[in-house]
Design a protein around this ligand. Structure first.
Ligand SMILES: [Zn+2]
Length: 421
């Protein structure tokens, strides 16, 4: 069914009817006022919250090479059930996405598994094998369908290589997504450096490890007159660096993840392996600074940094366990907490998860205007559910929210007017 009327949904706090024709938005009316709705099948939204399909601009789908953790099909399943219509995946697969054939393979896997969406948009490796030595063939990767460039997972130490990557990416109209981490300051760490790491006797990573590279790269972007996007910002110091760059007119944008907005380093108490991530969970003050930055626009977008690992890989001593959380299944439910707590309103929530990433990475989005793709989902803000491996669609369940009760969940999702969930 590609033509119907979605009736009585709550959009930006108002009851609306949405008329969908042939997979596109025809019109949005106050509830009950839809003259064009005659003869169309009615889908009752029963006062649920309506959102355009979101974009997750930072995920790890693990295929090719690590299919026991996740594959493109299962990752897109988590996306479809989590409210994401477009997913950008990082290049640290095996083989690395540093040639066009890998890019085309990932896109093809996505199309085969989810022909109507969610869509997968690969991110090109910045350097061959992510080794930080030789620039990857960015023009070939762009032509194959990559929508951005990143060395995510392995920070680029060599500023001159980063410079070349930034210049080439800019020529190709691609954004560089910058994993900022001073590898020497961060070496061997498994959590934030501070009172808690001292108490637990674990090696900590100072927040300056992130902020130092962010500052370097913002300055480089200013010097070259190009754009840079700072990945997974975890601390107040990096927020200050971005704010400084923006105040000087540098084309710097930034992202943060649900966990940095809701959890702090105390989650590591008891040597909790499910709280281990890179960059690490920081302090309560950092959480507050990041929330402020999401509200005032210093942080442009929200992303999940969805990083699946199998249970047998995570069940290790905390100093050896791999970093990362899954996120696409949960992110909207968790971050809707920002709306509930009054940090941002629903309009800004949509901006951070949809409109702004769409503009940054030149991906189509739905603003419920005539002709927009009919990509949207319904979210029941009052539905409570307990996070368990059985109700997550990712192959992995390494999330610190496991066993916890969340409020709010997606109940249906359409792409191109077709119901996918
Ligand atoms: Zn990263």
């Amino acid at each position: 069914m590609e033509s119907f009327v979605l009736s009585n949904a709550l959009y930006l706090g108002k009851a609306v009817d949405v008329v969908v024709r042939e997979g596109r938005i025809d019109a949005l009316y106050p509830h009950g006022d839809a003259p064009q709705a005659e003869g169309l099948t009615k889908v009752d939204a029963r006062g649920q919250v309506l959102f355009p399909s979101f974009i997750d601009a930072h995920t790890h789908l693990r295929e090719p090479g690590f299919e026991w953790k996740e594959d493109v099909a299962s990752g897109l399943s988590a996306a479809a059930h989590g409210g994401f219509g477009a997913v950008m995946c990082m290049a640290n697969t095996s083989p690395v996405n540093d040639e066009g054939s890998v890019t085309r393979f990932i896109i093809e896997r996505g199309r085969m598994a989810w022909p109507y969406g969610p869509r997968v948009h690969p991110i090109a490796a910045a350097t061959v094998g992510l080794k930080g030595e030789l620039m990857a063939p960015l023009a070939e990767l762009c032509e194959a369908g990559c929508v951005a460039v990143s060395n995510d997972g392995v920070p680029l130490k060599n500023s001159d290589i980063l410079r070349r990557v930034m210049e080439y990416a800019d020529d190709l109209g691609l954004m560089v997504i910058d994993h900022c981490e001073d590898p020497w300051l961060a070496k061997g760490s498994c959590m934030n450096e501070g009172v808690t790491s001292g108490k637990l006797g674990l090696r900590g990573q100072p927040d300056a490890a992130e902020a130092i590279q962010a500052l370097r790269d913002i300055m480089l972007a200013e010097y070259l007159g190009v754009a840079v996007h700072i990945a997974h910002v975890s601390c107040a110091r990096t927020v200050d660096a971005i704010r400084w760059g923006k105040s000087r007119g540098v084309r710097v944008s930034a992202e943060t993840c649900p966990h940095y907005l809701f959890l702090d380093e105390s989650a590591m108490e008891g040597y909790n392996i499910y709280a281990r991530i890179n960059p690490p969970l920081r302090t309560r003050a950092d959480v507050q600074a990041l929330r402020q930055a999401v509200a005032d626009g210093t942080i442009d977008i929200l992303v999940t940094d969805h990083s699946p690992h199998a249970i047998h890989e995570k069940e290790m001593p905390v100093s050896e366990a791999p970093n990362g959380f899954t996120g696409m299944d949960l992110a909207v439910a968790v971050t809707y907490g920002l709306v509930r707590e009054g940090v941002i309103d629903e309009a800004l929530f949509i901006e951070r998860w949809c409109t702004r990433p769409g503009a940054l990475f030149k991906l189509p989005t739905n603003s419920f205007r005539q002709g927009d793709p009919a990509d949207f989902f319904l979210f029941d803000p009052n539905l409570t559910w307990t996070v368990s491996p059985e109700n997550l669609y990712s192959k992995s369940c390494n999330t610190p929210w496991i066993g916890q009760t969340l409020k709010g969940r997606l109940t249906a999702h359409w792409m191109g007017g077709r119901q996918i969930v």
